[in-house]
Design a protein around this ligand. Sequence first.
Ligand code: GCU
Length: 728
Amino acid sequence: MATWPRLAAALWAALTSALLAATHSPAARAEDGYELWLRYHPLESAAAAVYRAAAGELVVQGDTPSLAAARDELARGLEGLLGGEVPLSEGVTRDGAIVVGTPASSPIVRGLALDLGALGPEGYMLASREIGGRAATVVAANTGVGALYGAFHFLRLIQTQASIDDLAITSAPRVRLRLLNHWDNLDGYVERGYAGASIWDWRMLPDYRDPRYTDYARAAASVGINGVSLTNVNADATVLTPEYLDRVAALADVLRPYGVRVYLTARFSAPVEIGGLATADPLDPQVRAWWAEKAEEIYARAPDFGGFLVKANSEGQPGPQDYGRSHAEGANMLADALAPHGGVVMWRAFVYASDNPDDRHKQAYDELAPLDGEFRDNVLIQVKNGPIDFQPREPFHPLFGAMPETPLMLEVQITKEYLGFATHLAYLGPLWEEALDADTHARGEGSTVGRVIDGSLHGYAITGMAGVSNVGADRNWTGSHFDQANWYAFARLAWDHELDAEAIAEEWARMTFSNEDALVAPVVAMMMRSREAVVDYMTPLGLHHLMATGHHYGPGPWVDDLGRPDWNPTYYHRADADGLGFDRTAAGSGALAQYAPELQEMWGDPETVPESLLLWFHHVPWDHEMESGRTLWEELVHAYSRGVATVAGMRETWASLEGYVDPERFAQVAAFLAIQEREARWWRDACLAYFQTFAQRPFPEGYEPPAQTLEHYMAIEHPYAPGETRPQ
Ligand code: GCU
């Protein structure tokens, strides 16, 4: 009879009290952040002893590349965390065996007759079992990749010092396609990237496969990412030439064991640009044949190629409308080319045309909703979380709930184009949670965006979620240490949108910094406040798109001279002597009509719309009374000031944590927070100085007026914003 569970329980109790009594031990060595959350540093000895008892040997039966990856990760992780090698064994020979496999690969797993049916191809089970009278932990799945995901989960339990007694965990993704979208150009530049150059070194591929690709794949798999679109949505047809497809195939080879498939952005005019055809008309037989052949070429090199991501007829990109064809005709042509190979088309809904003067909020809906049901089965429409463009806060995109016959994917932006780049600390878990939990009312109450994209609301056959990646060649991957949390949180929510953003932040903080509660609690609290702080100091109360031209980093609410009306901040805030905000009710642009009747009713009235969206939907008088009793003008001053104060508080919190974090990471975060506080003030002062010229009201008592004149802020030029590798 096995004894270790009881022994472990006793040790557990001892450990808990030991930990309670322990004082913190300053982190020993500087860290550069390369390890991300897969930091397998030794646990304190008491904790390590507990887990060591449950990690006596590693039994991985089966030798597929994914099972080998699971074995290597467990060996590496356990050795690091527990401070000693865990022996590999062919079978269970002692208590504390960790058994990993699938029913097909492992006689032991098969013999346990576990109920894995509901787990699908990617789910897994972690179960405490007795095997031949010995205590074991079983990591079982239907596929090697599922087992790899289970291995990462098991390691996470140890990394976060959770109990591994009596495990009975099952987990399966709610969404099938979980992708990172890299906006990487072939010349190495990353559009809206703030973490250095692209990690894909096209010049050295396919001959040199940077080991970093494997670490990228490990990180992706550790959080369940199963696809990566390698190239910018503003696409370059060159990547579809044979020379580049060889390079793509090399990347696919590296990523494959980790369950990550590659996708490419398809430039719609490629048949003309690299195929020598006279047209790219999707109904032209030669064009259709060209794409079919292209698909053959790709699949000959990468049999598990995922498919195409397409930005068409938007912001100058070519598309089917250039030939008088619809989005559906364009998407279906590519879908037909991919279908024999099992590939999908992710057709982006971020479409707005230069000749359409209508409120940009409405354009994607107007173009695509009428096409519902016209797309092939292997087409998904990829929709940004909001109708404008990744602003600090937007209402959910009205297409969600409006296309029951067409699988809609959610696209969010991990890279913080509009939230202070990599310099500002903004944890985006709460933003995405808000988007996923938003109720579309499409089929009555509870018709959340999460339920749209996981397919449960409309019965979609394919489901997906994509995040615009913030990864670059910077040593710490994401340009700042805290932006790693956004990569992490995106993936965790793509796996299961019902996870809680705060719990995700805690997991991440424990793995990334330390398990000491004195660090974890304040760091998580700081993260949870951070996105709202950015909303406050950039675009409170439903304001949006106030950034300066080009770089999108600093404030520019006065900008009114850009080529198209809807590129100008003045188009969005509509400040005048009467008030502030964009009237999107029937009396204004009418965009509100794209939402369900319940929402039209609630959001259509300035008294019942949530104040966080007030100025998104309404033009509101400066003296409008807010819930707080303040006027709109006073509330605006209050919100901007609160944002700055929150950042000042975050800075203080971080300063108090010196000694809990290694000096290198501590110093960088501290420096970035100082920049953020200064720039939060810049945003506040510039926006308030500008809006005051319309409000014509004094600063309320107790609030500092802007430090400088409006002219000063308007004169600030920022051609080289932090993190940008090429000025826009
Ligand atoms: C934003 C961003 C562009 C990007 C576009 C898109 O407008 O600024 O760089 O190309 O979104 O999502 O296609």
